[in-house]
Ligand binder design. Structure first.
Ligand code: CA
Length: 639
C-alpha cells in the first residue's frame, strides 16, 4: 500500500504541519492519510487529568487533518486519537515544538514567548578561517563538582550561562572560551527517551534515541514539567555560547527512533520505516529500526526539522548520526535549503558516512556513504575514519596501534591523510578537503588517552597513571591531525587526557565516568597548553586551512625519511598567494621512539611547534645545520 503512488497522492509540501499559535488564533494540522477519523484533545496538564476539550478534526486534501480555534492556546497540552481500520490509537504530534515531561503529550507553544531576553538580537560569532569543533555532552560539561557550577544547574543547559564558577582555575564556559575552538558540537539535545525526566540526576545517556525531534530534551532543563522551560533554557545555552564566540552544532539522529512505536508510526503506520522483503524492520542502525529517508514525507520531515532548529534556535550546524542511512539526495537538499536561507556555507553540515548494516534504500536513491563522496555536495563533510585509524590504530581492535603508538607501515597512509586523501590512498575520493573532518577521538570507542594506554602498555594498563610515552603520543596525534588539510574535530577532554578507565561504550554508564573532570585540566595543563597552541597556530596557516579543490597541490616533497618518520613541505602563501608571514612550512612527524636528526634546508627558519610547545615562534641561529626531532614528536618549521 505504501509505495511511490502513495507518495504522489499524499505528498504535502506545506510548512505548516503541527500547530501554529499566534495572537488570537491556533491552528492544528496533522498528516495522516490512512486515518478514517482524527480527534484532537486538549489538556491543562502535561500528565494526568482528563481532556478539557475534544474536537473531531476536518479532513482536507493530501491526508491532512485540520482544526482551528479562534483563540490563543499557548501553554495547553494536546494529543490525537487516530482511527485506522476501526482502531483508535493515541499519539502525540511528531511535528510538535513543545511537550510534557517525558514527551508523551505535545504542547501548544507561541514560540516568540519562549525567547530569553535579547534572543532576537542573538547572532553567531563571525566565521573564522578554520573550523575547529569541540564535541561535548551537556551533562558531561558541568556534572563534576569541581566545575563550581551550583548544584541546581549542574548537568543542565543553564550551566552554559555561567562564568568564573570555580574561582581557582577556569572551568566550563570560561575554559571553553580560552581554548580557542570555533564550534561546540553538542551531543543530542532533542527530546530523547532513555532518561526518565521525572527521575534523579544519577541517570545518564548520550541521547541517540529520539522521541520528539523538534523539542529540546527535558532532563537538561531545571524544570521538565513545564514544557516552556526546556525551550527557553536551551535557547539561553545557545545564546551564551554565541556571546562567548562559539558557534553551535547540533548532533541529530534522523536515522532511527527510540522505539518503532513512535509518534510517526502511530500517525501513519508503516510509512516512516524501512522494511525487509519479509516484512521485518530493517536494522542498518543497530537500534532496531531505520527511518525511510528517500520517501517524500520522510525527507520533508527531516529537512523541515533541520530548518526549524536553524531558524528558531539559531543552531549553526548539524552533525548527522549514521548519515549513511540517509540519502545523498536528502543531504544535498538540506545543504541547498540552508544555503538559500542563511548564506552559502554559513551553517556547517557533516556526518558519519557509514551505517551499522545494509538497509533497503528507496529505489533511485543513493546512500550518503563515504564511497559516494563524489555525489555529495562539497559543503557536506564527513568523519575521516581513515585519518583517525592511521594515526592511532583501529577503533575496534584495541591492541592495534597506529602511527603514533608503535604501528608499522603507516608512513604512506599518514602522508595521504595530510591532503585529506585528495591524492589517493583511500577507498574513496573527496571532492575537496572541505568534505574531510579530521579527528582521532569522539564519544564512541575508547578515548584517545585510553586507546594509547591500551596500545603502549598492553597487559598492564593503568588508565589513571601518568605515562610519559602516552603523553608524548597524545601530543603527536594532535600535532598530526592539526597539520592535515580539512576541518578539525576533537572530543571534549582529549586535550587533558580524558579517560573513561578503558570503557569503550559509555553511552549509559554513570555520569561520574563520563563527566569532564576539571581537576585534570590542571594536572595535565601542559597538554592543554599544547592543544591551545596548536589551535592558535592552525588559524595562522593558510596552507593548511585552504579548503579549495587545489589545496592538495600546496603539499609537496612528501618524503618517508625512515621507519615511522615522514616529512613534507607546505606552500603557505596567503589565499591570494601574495606571501604572508611564513611562505613555506616544513613539517616532520616522528612516530618512532628514537630521535631523528633533520638536516636543515637553506633559509631562515623559525620553529612554530615541536615536542614541547606549539604555537611558539623561535628563530634558529644562523649557521645551525641540524635539528633533533625527538622520538614520538612533531616539528613544524616556518620560513
Ligand atoms: Ca526526554
Amino acid at each position: 500500500m505504501i509505495d511511490k503512488d502513495f507518495d504522489e497522492k499524499y505528498r504535502y509540501d506545506g510548512k505548516d504541519l503541527g500547530v501554529c499559535c499566534q495572537q488570537g488564533r491556533t491552528v492544528f494540522k496533522a498528516w495522516s492519510p490512512l486515518a478514517e477519523r482524527v480527534e484532537l484533545r486538549l489538556y491543562k496538564e502535561g500528565t494526568g487529568g482528563e481532556a478539557c476539550r475534544a474536537e473531531e478534526m476536518h479532513r482536507k486534501e493530501k491526508g491532512i487533518w485540520e482544526w482551528e480555534f479562534p483563540e490563543n492556546l499557548h501553554g495547553m497540552y494536546y494529543d490525537y486519537l487516530v482511527r485506522i481500520d476501526g482502531k483508535d490509537t493515541r499519539t502525540a504530534d511528531p511535528y510538535a515544538v513543545g511537550c510534557s515531561c517525558n514527551g508523551s503529550r505535545s504542547m501548544v507553544v507561541e514560540l516568540g514567548k519562549t525567547d530569553p531576553e535579547g534572543f532576537g538580537e542573538d547572532t553567531a560569532p563571525a566565521m573564522e578561517g578554520e573550523q575547529i569543533i569541540y564535541e561535548l555532552h551537556i551533562k558531561d560539561f558541568s556534572y563534576d563538582k569541581d566545575s563550581g557550577v551550583p548544584e541546581p544547574y549542574r548537568g543542565k543547559y543553564k550551566a552554559f550561562t555561567l562564568m568564573g564558577t570555580n574561582g581557582k582555575y577556569p572551568t566550563c564556559m570560561e575554559y571553553l572560551k580560552s581554548l580557542g575552538v570555533t564550534h561546540v558540537h553538542l551531543l543530542p539535545f532533542f527530546d530523547y527517551g532513555s532518561v526518565d525526566e521525572a527521575g534523579d540526576e544519577s541517570q545518564y545517556n548520550w541521547g541517540y534515541d529520539p522521541v520528539n525531534f523538534n523539542v529540546p530534551e527535558g532532563s537538561y532543563a531545571t524544570d521538565a514539567e513545564d514544557g516552556l522551560v526546556r525551550i527557553r533554557e536551551c535557547k539561553e545555552m545557545i545564546q551564551a555560547l554565541h556571546k562567548n564566540g562559539l558557534r553551535v552544532i547540533m548532533d541529530v539522529v534522523y536515522n532511527h527512533t527510540y522505539r518503532e512505536d513512535s509518534w510517526l508510526q502511530r500517525m501513519v503506520p508503516g510509512y516512516y520505516y524501512r522494511y525487509q522483503a519479509d516484512g521485518s524492520l530493517s536494522d542498518g542502525s543497530a537500534c532496531g529500526n531505520d527511518i525511510a529517508a528517500g520517501r517524500a514525507m520522510v525527507d520533508n520531515y527531516i529537512a523541515g526539522s533541520v530548518m526549524y532548529w536553524a531558524r528558531e534556535y539559531h543552531v549553526d550546524g548539524f552533525r548527522f548520526d549514521l548519515m549513511g542511512l540517509l540519502t545523498v539526495e536528502l543531504m544535498n537538499r538540506i545543504r541547498r535549503e540552508l544555503n538559500a536561507e542563511f548564506g552559502e556555507g554559513e551553517k556547517m553540515l557533516y556526518g558519519e558516512p557509514w551505517r551499522a548494516d545494509d538497509s533497503p534504500m528507496e529505489r533511485g536513491t543513493q546512500a550518503a556513504l563515504k564511497e559516494n563522496a563524489g555525489s555529495l555536495d562539497n559543503g557536506i563533510g564527513f568523519f575521516s575514519d581513515d585519518t583517525r585509524d592511521a594515526i592511532k590504530g583501529h577503533v575496534f581492535y584495541e591492541e592495534e596501534p597506529g602511527f603514533v603508538n608503535g604501528g608499522r607501515g603507516m608512513e604512506s597512509l599518514i602522508l595521504h591523510a595530510v591532503t585529506g586523501w585528495r591524492d589517493g590512498g583511500a577507498s574513496f575520493r573527496p571532492r575537496s578537503c572541505a568534505q574531510i573532518i579530521n579527528y582521532v577521538s569522539a564519544h564512541d570507542n575508547f578515548t584517545l588517552w585510553d586507546k594509547l594506554v591500551l596500545t603502549l602498555h598492553n597487559g598492564e594498563s593503568d588508565f589513571t597513571r601518568r605515562y610519559e610515552d602516552v603523553l608524548a603520543a597524545n601530543k603527536l596525534a594532535a600535532f598530526i591531525y592539526f597539520t592535515c588539510q580539512g576541518s578539525l574535530f576533537m572530543q571534549a577532554g582529549e586535550e587533558f587526557g580524558r579517560t573513561k578507565l578503558g570503557e569503550d561504550n559509555s553511552y549509559c554508564s554513570r555520569p561520574e565516568l563520563n563527566m569532564l573532570k576539571w581537576g585534570r585540566t590542571v594536572e595535565y595543563a601542559e597538554l592543554v597548553d599544547y592543544y591551545r597552541g596548536l589551535i592558535r597556530l592552525r588559524k595562522k596557516l593558510p596552507g593548511l586551512c585552504d579548503k579549495s579543490r587545489s589545496a592538495a597541490a600546496r603539499i609537496r616533497e612528501k618524503n618517508i625519511c625512515g621507519e615511522r618518520v615522514v616529512s613534507f613541505w607546505v606552500d603557505n602563501r596567503d589565499f591570494d598567494h601574495s606571501g604572508g608571514k611564513w611562505e613555506e612550512l616544513l613539517i616532520i612527524y616522528n612516530g618512532s621512539f628514537e630521535g631523528y636528526t633533520l638536516e636543515l634546508p637553506e633559509g631562515q627558519w623559525e620553529i612554530l611547534a615541536d615536542a614541547r610547545e606549539a604555537g611558539c615562534c623561535w628563530g634558529i641561529p644562523g649557521g645551525q645545520k641540524e635539528l633533533l626531532v625527538k622520538g614520538q614528536s612533531g616539528l613544524l618549521l616556518g620560513k
